[in-house]
Design a protein around this ligand. Structure first.
Ligand code: ZN
Length: 194
């Protein structure tokens, strides 16, 4: 049974959201599942709009609710070809994801230099499975399934990790794969989307 999100808490949310950074304990919690009724509530529908706004303002390609201090299983993802933070992206559709389940279809791993709005200034080279099936509820509380591969597979795994208390830094093979963004340019640009 999914736990019910306390509406009271959402009603008192600040209008300006702050993106929580590595070290904040909320980022380490397993977020609560959201019921269908809650997904359709005005509070959650407004929260979805707010999340797109926060993500856009920060120049991200994905955002999970715990990153703005709301510990529920909700993430939004949209790859933008105009992104300043990532090169060579193709536009994706807008994904609004509640209560996801991940199933690895191709366990072969691929690596990308990941960044995170909660870990500003750094990039880490993380290898993750190439292809997955994601089952989730969308903003209309409808059951959805999507097959994701390549960079999108990494973005999904990164964002959905946030709902279960993980950050990409936990997925590094070695701390030697963690660098400052400014230094990454000196390593090689090719690796960013290899
Ligand atoms: Zn992140």
């Amino acid at each position: 049974m999914p736990k019910i999100v306390p509406i009271k808490i959402l009603k008192t949310m600040k209008e300006e959201y702050e993106i929580l950074k590595l070290g904040n304990p909320i980022l380490r919690r397993t977020a609560k599942e959201v019921s269908k009724e809650e997904i359709l509530s005005e509070n959650i529908q407004n929260l979805i709009d707010d999340m797109w706004n926060v993500m856009e303002k920060a120049g991200g390609i994905g955002l999970a609710a715990p990153q703005i201090g709301i510990s529920i299983q909700l993430a939004v993802i949209k790859l933008e070809s105009s992104s300043d933070r990532y090169e060579n992206l193709e536009d994706s559709e807008e994904f609004i994801i509640f209560n996801p389940e991940l199933e690895v279809i191709n366990p072969e791993k691929q690596g990308f230099w990941e960044g995170c709005l909660s870990v500003p200034g750094l990039r880490g080279y993380v290898k993750r499975p190439k292809k997955l099936k994601i089952s989730y509820l969308n903003e209309k509380a409808e059951k959805k399934e999507v097959i994701v591969e390549d960079f999108l597979a990494t973005v999904f795994q990164h964002e959905l990790d946030h709902l279960f208390g993980y950050l990409y830094v936990d997925r590094l093979d070695s701390t030697k794969d963690l660098v400052f963004e400014d230094e990454l340019v000196n390593i090689t640009k090719d690796k960013i989307l290899d």
